[in-house]
Design a protein around this ligand. Structure first.
Ligand SMILES: Cc1ncc(COP(=O)(O)O)c(C=O)c1O
Length: 356
């Protein structure tokens, strides 16, 4: 059976169709390939597959057809409509068990002892933890600056030749701070740095860091990509296909933070409604932000859609919409936050009260 190729002209169609290969048994969805290993027709075929001379699945820590569909769909979304040297940009993804596993592969496949990471001070807590608490034991350290100030960023890079990688997360969890992907990307390239962006909060529907020449994108697919809170997951994407197939792949498969077929299946199906959900999430976020701004108990609303937000113009420049996430601070501080949470239904880690 052959695949019929037809052009995918909109993000919504890419989210539904991209990455799908016709199933040999005519299933209309990719099956959950719940198989730890894959069989060979003959020993020689196994040898060819192990040596990389023949494509094919071997062992699910190394790759699995259900992962492949999710990887190709996210790669297609992140590279949609982008050209490089007159051809459509090619990106490759490696699906992981979590966003943190994908970030670990990114950092360990690009950095060695003595190297430094330059990053913004507002990052997801787990990322900050690996950068400041785990990597230093391996001789990899970080310079943390306010990357919204491009002069400060350049100063840091100029003063420290050990900086090898620029890592950004925009909008950041939970402050929703944004940094300028295009300007930071250009600056990093002027100094020969590798660039990586956590695109979890924006999703490729709102922002495509590859458009600004960023080398790597990571996602916690646990959030908007899955969209239904059914699975933890992550992905590392890159446009240097050779690097992705060799260094990144070797790191991913030996660290062992692989995805599992059931979670990959949930992710694939969740992503099909990405466009519809993001439009509605963004609309709702704007409504909630406007409501909260005029509420007497609220001290501050962190939403880049509000013209008064310090990162409003950066968000408007690089995102199709200021996004679906917001946070807010109460005049009553932490206790006010606890009291508020206790009046809500279904309080979970996504809305845990904390001081920023
Ligand atoms: C922006 C961002 N990046 C990375 C992660 C880590 O992802 P995971 O929890 O899937 O490991 C999170 C989790 O909340 C996040 O919000």
């Amino acid at each position: 059976m052959t695949d019929k190729n037809f052009p995918l002209t909109g993000r919504g169609s890419v989210a539904v169709h991209a990455g799908h290969k016709q199933d040999p048994n005519y299933a209309h969805l990719v099956p959950i390939y719940a198989s730890s290993t894959f069989v060979f027709d003959e020993a020689e075929q196994g040898m060819r597959r192990f040596s990389g001379k023949e494509d094919g699945y071997i062992y699910s820590r190394w790759g699995n057809p259900t992962f492949t569909e999710a990887e190709n769909k996210i790669a297609a979304l992140e590279s949609f409509g982008i050209e490089k040297n007159g051809s459509p940009l090619e990106a490759k993804g490696i699906l992981h068990a979590s966003g943190m596993a994908a970030i670990t592969t990114l950092l360990l496949s690009n950095l060695k002892a003595g190297d430094k990471i330059l990053t913004h001070y507002s990052l997801y807590g787990g990322t900050e933890e690996i950068i400041t608490k785990v990597l230093p034991a391996l001789g990899i350290t970080a310079i943390i600056a306010d990357l919204r100030d491009l002069n400060k960023a350049e100063e840091a890079i100029k003063n420290d030749p050990a900086i090898k990688l620029l890592y950004i997360e925009t909008p950041a969890n939970p402050t929703i701070q944004c940094v300028d992907i295009e300007e930071l990307g250009k600056l990093a390239k002027r100094y020969g740095l590798i660039t990586a962006c956590d695109n979890t909060f924006a999703t490729p529907y709102l922002q495509q860091p590859f458009r600004s020449g960023i080398d790597f994108i990571v996602h916690s697919t646990t959030k908007f990509l899955n969209g239904h809170g059914t699975a933890i997951g992550g992905i590392l994407l890159g446009t240097d296909i050779e690097f992705m197939k060799t260094k990144a792949y070797t790191m991913a498969k030996t660290l062992g933070g692989n995805a599992n077929p059931f979670d990959a299946f949930l992710l694939i199906n969740g992503m099909k409604t990405l466009e519809l959900r993001m439009d509605r999430h963004c609309h709702n976020a704007m409504e909630v932000a406007n409501y909260l701004t005029s509420h007497t108990a609220v001290a501050n609303v962190n939403y880049t859609g509000l013209p008064g937000h310090p990162d409003h113009s950066i968000a408007m420049k690089q995102m199709r919409h200021p996004g679906a996430m917001l946070s807010f601070e109460l005049k009553e501080g932490l206790q006010g936050g606890i009291d508020f949470m206790n009046k809500l239904k279904n309080v979970c880690t996504y809305c845990f009260p904390r001081y920023l």
